[in-house]
Design a binder for this molecule. Structure first.
Ligand code: ATP
Ligand code: MG
Length: 347
């Protein structure tokens, strides 16, 4: 047989020339290649990804295929399979005994910039990429995540525990469900803290790769409460395209830094003819944090928000849907890299 000389060892050697682009190390030394099989002119193997929402998946498929084909012309077919293993931020399990691997907080320097819209579409986009995801609406002043996801109530509780609602493959819990019709403005700090605590501890969260937390606008007590209650893996700051974005984003980034929350990066929302473009990137450069992507200003975002249909959901198409899913992948990649660097530093 033509391929009888290709061995597993040679396949591994070939794949050791392929880098995991985000981590900057080769797939084999990372231990990311397994199940190598060589049969009838066909080489197959599985690559372990650090997230199902990996933005580099296609590149790794191409490069590893190329690495095999260029060395072994007799190989007729290369089959690359993928599996994903999201690394846990161990502090979450240690502090809260929650089966959640990463908690991503979404904040902003000021209100109305699209924080809730980005939170919802981040959660739904990660789920559309195959991750297991929850969203916690911690906005005490205007909890609108349920509306954006078309959810109106929680299912009946399981004993003492609240059961999350489920929409677009995402587990959903909102401050709004606890507050009933109460006006948040009459809630005092301790009440808010208590309610937030309940949302983390008294909810039967599933085994989540990512829990997205939509923070209240501004940089006040509620943020502090959330950061005190749970270890936040990272914070995402949403800003707008205008020049003022730099000072708005600075407030958001500073708030996270003060709470010792690593900043995953800045998102520019509402990019387009009316508000322009570039404020988010400028802010990211100036504040020395990654720029995660921009989301177009699109009237469909408003309409679909009102209808409870997030644009990032599986099956939605067009530039806005794709921008949200690309953002979800970029954020998942940042979380992976951060986690990897933390583990490497600990070794
Ligand atoms: N990319 C976009 N294109 C068009 N409209 C958008 C976009 N993103 C958000 N919006 C609209 O802007 C308004 C504010 O968005 P959203 O509620 O997400 O902001 P927020 O920052 O969470 O606000 P708050 O500070 O009140 O919590 C909503 O009407 C939403 O539909
Ligand atoms: Mg909001």
């Amino acid at each position: 047989m033509a391929d009888r000389n290709v061995t597993e060892k040679q396949v591994m050697e070939a794949l050791s020339t392929v880098k995991e682009p985000e981590l900057g190390r080769d797939l084999v030394s990372l231990g990311f290649v397994k199940d190598v099989a060589i049969r009838d002119g066909e080489v197959s193997f599985t690559i372990t990804l650090t997230t199902p929402a990996c933005p580099m998946k296609d590149q790794m498929r191409r490069e590893s295929e190329q690495a095999i084909r260029s060395r072994f012309p007799q190989v007729k077919e290369v089959r690359v399979g993928f599996e994903a293993r999201v690394r846990p931020d161990k502090r979450i399990q240690e502090k809260l005994s929650l089966p959640i691997k990463n908690i991503i907080a979404v904040g902003s320097g000021k209100g109305g910039v699209g924080k809730s819209t980005v939170s919802v579409n981040l959660a739904v986009g990660l789920a559309a990429e195959g991750a297991s995801v929850g969203i916690l609406d911690a906005d005490v002043y205007g909890p609108n995540v349920p509306m954006l996801m078309g959810v109106s109530e929680l299912p009946p509780p399981d004993g003492e525990k609240l059961v999350p609602a489920r929409a677009f493959g995402v587990e959903v819990v909102s401050m709004g469900f606890l507050m009933g019709g109460d006006d948040a403005l009459v809630w005092r700090g301790p009440m808010i803290h208590g309610a937030l605590k309940q949302l983390f501890s008294d909810v039967l969260w599933g085994e989540l790769d990512y829990l997205v937390v939509d923070l209240p606008p501004g940089t006040g007590d509620a943020q502090l409460s959330v950061a005190q209650l749970v270890p936040l893996t990272g914070g995402v700051v949403v800003t707008t395209p205008q020049k003022v974005a730099v000072s708005d984003a600075r407030r958001g980034v500073t708030a996270f830094r003060r709470l010792n929350v690593p900043v995953l990066g800045i998102v520019e929302n509402m990019t387009g003819e009316i508000f322009g473009a570039g404020g988010g990137k400028a802010a990211a450069a100036e504040l020395d944090v990654p720029f995660l992507g921009s989301i177009p200003l699109d009237p469909d975002v408003v309409r679909m928000g009102d209808e409870g249909r997030p644009p990032a959901a599986a099956g939605q198409h067009g530039p806005t849907a794709e921008a949200f899913r690309a953002l979800a992948r970029a954020i998942a990649a940042r979380v992976s890299v951060q986690q990897f660097e933390k583990e490497s530093a600990a070794r």
